[in-house]
Write a new protein. Structure first.
Length: 570
């Protein structure tokens, strides 16, 4: 009987196990399955662990989580695997189109994943149909037709097939961050948090108190979680004063920091999603528009025609977004034609700083940008064309992900497409309105200052760090890195990934991307071609696939394709 190892048991490892068991049962095969993971909460993984604070929010609303289906009951080797409910059934959600979307804490969906895993694994473990080993695999070697796995305790294991679902991996620090780390070593009066998570790691520090001035490197989603941790977990509270827009005021505590100073390379704030389903519907393309959009992309990405740019991508976006804008959002006093609006969108996609009356222009005023985009997101302000494009982009995620996964495009063209998608994340992966209202409340309370938000000069001093912008300076004793690095394979520092690279068992799609794989998740390398028994699912395969970080991707068709192919090989 063949032996399969699944290394990593977060949501994707859970989904892989479910899918594999169903595929093997349908094909009446038998296999020995071993899971490797030393996480405390199997099924949830580190990102969704149950014991993290409630300040870490999901960036997906419960309304969108309604697409997370449950598990049907099935029989595996005379053992009944019970039904498990969909997220909607499990959470008993009931959404009204005119009420604000709810974004749950990460630990809530972590509980869902943990319970789903336990109801799957319990009958298998009881009947000896599954082995679970709590350890960290640090090395994998190919020995003939087997894989030799070694863990950090020098224990050895042998398998016919291996699937890696190891999620986020550490990457090389920037030169600047390494310099700051060296500066902080041995100085008990200052604190440098190398990572934003877990937030408990810096909340426990005595350096942060009511007199602290804390700098946050980064101005995105992780920064918002850290900002919320520094206030709510330190005894501060937000009071909502407008239920319709979730606008609030902030009440500090004696322990919450005196100042929070975010900064980034461009100072541009994240842009909130629409507050309600009703507001969001106006950005949703029709089924016909989505089909046209998808066809325009796949005709190129899966066709034989060579392209030397991503104009086809931009044109498809401009076509669908202009149609939505004209139908639902163009002010009545404006008389722009469809073609004129399409050209404005194309120019803006080419150049983020392109100026036009239909595009929002805050004149580099971050505070005003936050306020105005909040008005758009809550239905209290005129929708700018760029906000519309960003929200339409979000509704087009699935056809984009499908079109740019396992494509025929040249690697450099693929990188350009991924770069544009990354630029649009500020809009399409924006935070909930309530998060941005909390940021706004902190600005109004003069706890958050935005004077240094746009690429300040930073120098190390005995007291910590000095930030300078124009004629103003500020000294901070605490600096928290809120930037999460992209999954560039060649920058990953974990021993397992470095070992696989050294052994030429994996290779990147491109130097700036992740592992090359087939549609069935089998690894591809220039030296060895396809290595069917070694498979990778998840963010380390970014480049082969797009949209790897979403919850829906964990339980999507990519996982099922791997499972079906694996079962056929048994």
């Amino acid at each position: 009987m063949k032996k399969i190892a699944i290394v990593g048991v977060g949501p994707r490892g859970l989904s892989a196990l479910e899918s594999l068991l169903v595929s093997i049962s349908n094909q009446q095969k038998e296999v020995e399955i071993t899971l490797f993971d030393n996480a405390e909460h199997l099924g949830a993984g580190e990102v969704w662990r149950l014991n993290q604070p409630d300040v870490n929010w999901l960036n997906i609303s419960e309304r969108d989580l309604e697409t997370l289906d449950g598990r049907k009951e099935f029989l595996y080797r005379n053992t009944t695997i019970p039904h498990f409910p969909s997220y909607r059934e499990w959470a008993n959600t009931n959404h009204k189109s005119n009420k604000p979307d709810f974004f749950p804490p990460r630990n809530k969906i972590g509980r869902y994943f943990k319970e789903r895993f336990e109801t799957l694994s319990a009958p298998l473990l009881k009947n000896g149909l599954l082995e679970l080993i709590s350890t960290e695999i640090s090395r994998i070697d190919k020995e003939g037709d087997r894989f030799h796995l070694e863990d950090t305790k020098q224990h050895h294991y042998f398998f016919n097939e291996v699937l890696l679902t190891i999620g986020h991996q550490p990457t090389e620090n920037s030169e600047e961050l390494n310099e700051w780390m060296d500066h902080a070593k041995g100085n008990k009066a200052v604190l440098l948090a190398e990572k934003p998570y877990p937030v408990e790691s810096f909340l426990a520090s005595e350096v942060i108190d009511g007199s602290s001035q804390v700098a946050l490197r980064g101005f995105g989603l992780a920064m918002i979680d850290v900002m919320r941790a520094l206030t709510l977990e330190k005894g501060g509270r937000f009071e909502i004063v407008n239920e319709e827009t979730l606008e609030g005021v902030y009440h500090p505590s004696e322990e919450s920091p005196k100042k929070i100073i975010p900064f980034s390379l461009d100072g541009k704030p994240p842009i909130p999603k629409p507050l309600t389903k009703k507001l969001d519907e106006q950005f949703k393309p029709s089924k016909a528009q989505l089909q046209t959009f998808s066809s325009a992309l796949t005709e190129i990405t899966f066709g034989n025609a060579a392209v030397d740019n991503i104009d086809f991508f931009k044109e498809a976006v401009a076509e669908v977004a202009s149609g939505v804008y004209i139908k639902n959002l163009l002010p009545k006093e404006q008389s722009y034609s469809s073609e004129e609006i399409r050209k404005v969108i194309l120019a803006w996609l080419d150049d983020e700083d392109y100026s036009h009356p239909l595009l929002y222009d805050a004149e580099n005023n971050t505070k005003k940008s936050i306020q105005d985009y909040l008005k758009m997101a809550t239905g209290k302000g005129e929708i700018s064309l760029d906000y519309c494009v960003g929200q339409v982009w979000r509704h087009c995620h699935y056809p984009i992900f499908d079109a740019f996964s396992y494509t025929n495009l040249e690697e450099d063209i693929l990188v350009k497409a991924f770069k544009l998608h990354g630029r649009m994340k500020r809009y399409s992966f924006g935070p909930p309105v309530e998060s941005m209202q909390q940021l706004w409340a902190l600005i109004q309370a003069k706890v958050v200052t935005l004077h240094f938000v746009d690429n300040p000069d930073i120098s190390t001093i005995p007291e910590g760090w000095k930030l300078k912008k124009e004629s103003k300076t500020i000294t901070v004793s605490t600096l928290i890195n809120c930037v999460l690095d992209a999954p560039q394979l060649l920058k990953v520092t974990s021993p397992l990934v470095k070992n696989l690279l050294c052994n030429e068992l994996i290779a990147p799609v491109h130097t700036k991307l992740g592992i090359a794989t087939t549609e069935e998740a089998s690894v591809l390398t220039p030296e060895n071609g396809v290595i069917p028994p070694l498979s990778v699912l998840g963010r380390l395969a970014k480049g082969s696939v797009l949209g790897v970080d979403s919850i829906s991707a964990c339980f999507g068709e990519r996982v099922q394709q791997w499972a079906d192919a694996t079962a056929r090989r048994m």
